[in-house]
Design a protein around this ligand. Structure first.
Ligand code: BES
Ligand code: ZN
Ligand code: ZN
Length: 474
């Protein structure tokens, strides 16, 4: 997006956001000639007023943001325009951010407009050609001193979020473990990150037994992806882990409900991969290692069985009570591999782990687990700033005994219809070697959902912006 175009000689669509007030429009010195009474437009949230000046070749879109809009609401207001009124976007568009607004509003507005250009019809055989957004030239007029930097950052945020949307939205016969590994290789190449990929054979050598147990029922080659981002002058090292189950049938404990949505079960992987692209793209001065175990949980004569006892990378044996509790198995290996080989100061994992997290918090808040209060605060604050809510659930040791197995060191499910998200987190904890700063984020409810932007459930990129904020405030 180009910066600092003047409104005067501009021809095309001019987008002007307003806060709700008694004289929203009249207060704007930029438009001495136009008269719009407060009765017609007062800046109320989600209100719009369109005004055409045919002689000057200008169309003005006044956008009401309401009284005290938060980041997400501003972003969604702008996303709505490109998502739902694409016909307004012909050749030239100018976003005018007046001096009433700060940097955050500019960032949310620009990223919102860009997010709204994303479409879900990846496989449509063009009955109608999709809009060619490359033909639309978007510019920004702002007197903020850092405007150029902010616009560039907003573009990178939206680009990473769109990549994350797409990974989740693509069907499981496209977004396979191999696809995610190729995506990581490409991102590594273009952003200077080291990428290591372990297929079945290499994973055997690395003794990723729990990861391989889940993968053994699938034709598709599992991919254990490691990304290393190593900027100069980094003081801190963060480890990120993302659950990459490209489709979760439940395995032999086959899902009887909701299986059709289980392409979203690599939502944690998509979040971590998208965040890595963004962190590298913005040259954030923090070392980050990401481990993204990718498998398909399928059904086959080779599939692992309920009551199997399997090995794990950590050396702990696991009794399989339910093959549908597969995410915690691949995360167990990823976490112990991370700690053994990389020793980051902080570790955060993102996973669409349990239906229980959805039952507890619904679709607007993810479940957060950690014994480190400082880490909890930092993650919650990072999310709050960008409308990605987290709320903590307890990690009390009293829950640990639920996971005791008679035959092995631990079992993968307590077999009871309560505390599902907490007991899953307690299971993971056993593979973190008592790490002092580890957090688990269960995004089963937030990674994929319904919204005004599509007719079906779709990826939300929940966690990508949160992780950027987290790295910035470390
Ligand atoms: N992938 C699911 C969790 C999930 C549920 C993700 C809803 C997204 C939306 C996970 O692997 C799973 O099957 N969890 C089971 C665990 C149970 C068998 C212990 C669950 O939560 O029911
Ligand atoms: Zn499952
Ligand atoms: Zn799953």
């Amino acid at each position: 997006m180009q910066l600092n175009k003047k409104v005067d000689q501009f021809k095309g669509l001019v987008i002007l956001p307003f806060l709700e007030s008694g004289n929203a429009f009249l207060s704007k010195l930029e438009f001495p000639s136009a008269q719009v009474s407060n009765a017609l437009f007062s800046g109320k949230k989600d209100s719009q007023f369109l005004l055409e000046k045919p002689d000057e070749g200008q169309v003005f879109l006044f956008l009401g943001l309401g009284k005290e809009p938060d980041y997400k609401s501003i972003q969604n207001s702008f996303r709505r325009i490109t998502a739902k009124q694409e016909n307004l976007f012909q050749e030239d568009v100018l976003l005018v951010i007046s001096k009433d607004f700060n940097e955050q509003v500019l960032e949310a507005a620009v990223s919102g407009l860009l997010l709204g250009t994303y479409r879900l019809g990846h496989f449509k055989t063009a009955e109608k050609a999709p809009k060619d957004w490359d033909k639309v030239k978007m510019g920004v007029s702002s007197s903020l001193s850092e405007a150029e930097k902010i616009v560039e950052k907003a573009e990178k945020i939206a680009a990473a979020q769109i990549q994350t949307f797409k990974m989740v939205d693509l069907p499981p016969n496209t977004a396979t473990p191999q696809y995610l590994a190729d995506w990581a290789k490409e991102a590594g190449k273009s952003h200077g990150m080291t990428v290591k990929i372990y297929d079945r054979k290499k994973a055997e050598k690395e003794q990723l037994h729990a990861f391989l147990a889940v993968a053994q029922g699938s034709q598709r080659e599992p991919q254990f992806i490691i990304l290393e981002y190593r900027p100069k002058n980094a003081q801190k090292h963060v480890g990120l882990v993302g659950k990459g189950v490209t489709f979760d049938t439940g395995g032999l404990n086959i899902k009887t409900q909701g299986m059709v949505h289980m392409k979203c079960d690599m939502g944690g992987a998509a979040t971590v991969l998208g965040a890595m692209q963004l962190i590298a793209d913005l040259d954030i001065p923090v070392q980050v290692t990401a481990i993204v175990p990718c498998v398909e949980n399928a059904i086959d004569k080779r599939a692992y069985l309920p009551s199997d006892v399997i090995q794990s990378h950590s050396g702990k044996t696991i009794e399989i009570i339910d093959t549908d509790a597969e995410g915690r198995l691949i995360l167990a290996d990823a976490l112990s591999y991370m700690i053994k080989n990389y020793q980051p100061e902080h570790i955060v994992d993102f996973a669409t782990l349990t239906g229980s997290a959805v039952g507890t918090f619904g679709y607007e808040c993810a479940a957060l687990f950690s014994k480190n209060e400082v880490l909890i605060q930092k993650l919650m604050e990072s999310g709050d700033a960008v409308g990605e809510r987290l709320w903590p659930l307890p990690m009390w040791d009293i829950y640990q005994k639920e996971m005791d197995s008679e035959i092995a060191d631990i079992k993968n499910f307590h077999g009871k219809p309560f505390a599902g998200a907490i007991t899953a987190a307690k299971f993971l904890e056993c593979f973190t070697g008592g790490h002092a700063s580890w957090a688990h984020v269960d995004i089963a409810g937030t990674a994929f959902g319904d919204s005004e932007f599509a007719k079906t459930k779709h990826g939300t990129a929940f966690g990508v912006h949160l992780l950027l904020k987290f790295m910035e405030n470390l």
